[in-house]
Design a protein around this ligand. Sequence first.
Ligand code: ADP
Ligand code: MN
Length: 180
Amino acid sequence: MALAKRPHGPNILITGTPGTGKSTLAAELAQKTNLKYVNIGEIAKDGQLFEGWDEQYQCPILDEDRVIDELEEVMSAGGNIVDYHGCEFFPERWFDIVFVLRTDNSVLYERLENRGYSGKKLEDNIQCEIFQTILDEARDSYKVDIVHELPSNNPEDLEDNLEKISAWIQQYVTNQGGIV
Ligand code: ADP
Ligand code: MN
């Protein structure tokens, strides 16, 4: 048989505006499957993979090249669920499928307020969702047929998404003849 493209299984990107539920979905999915949860924000923090401070948004600026170097090996082997609120700087070859979570404005507003966001930061994130910025970014960065929008408004959506993605993973693994 041909060598598996990803010995440890598919690489999945979960992206979307902050507050849409990426970490919740990605962590539950990792528990439910045997894929590894890769939270880019946490990896950057742990390794201090930053290159300065964004005055406008009052947050550190990700050192994208170092993040990519750090992850190259694990991504090549496959079997990762990557969680990040952006998607254009990752190598296109890393991902087999991309999910963009979408949340209704009123629901998202409340989630971000509960997280302590206010003023410009809150408004900017709501605008990001209204203008489907991340969805467009994903469609510009990956083949459109691997980019899927998923509603993420309530617990039923979460369950549906978990089921759909798990089924997709199983199919992928079966098609490539198992996980090494
Ligand atoms: P992100 O990682 O995209 O910023 P989180 O996973 O941290 O988002 O979720 C933001 C908040 O919304 C959390 O309080 C989480 O419990 C809640 N949440 C996430 N997904 C759902 C969902 N499908 N239904 C209801 N609440 C959700
Ligand atoms: Mn998160």
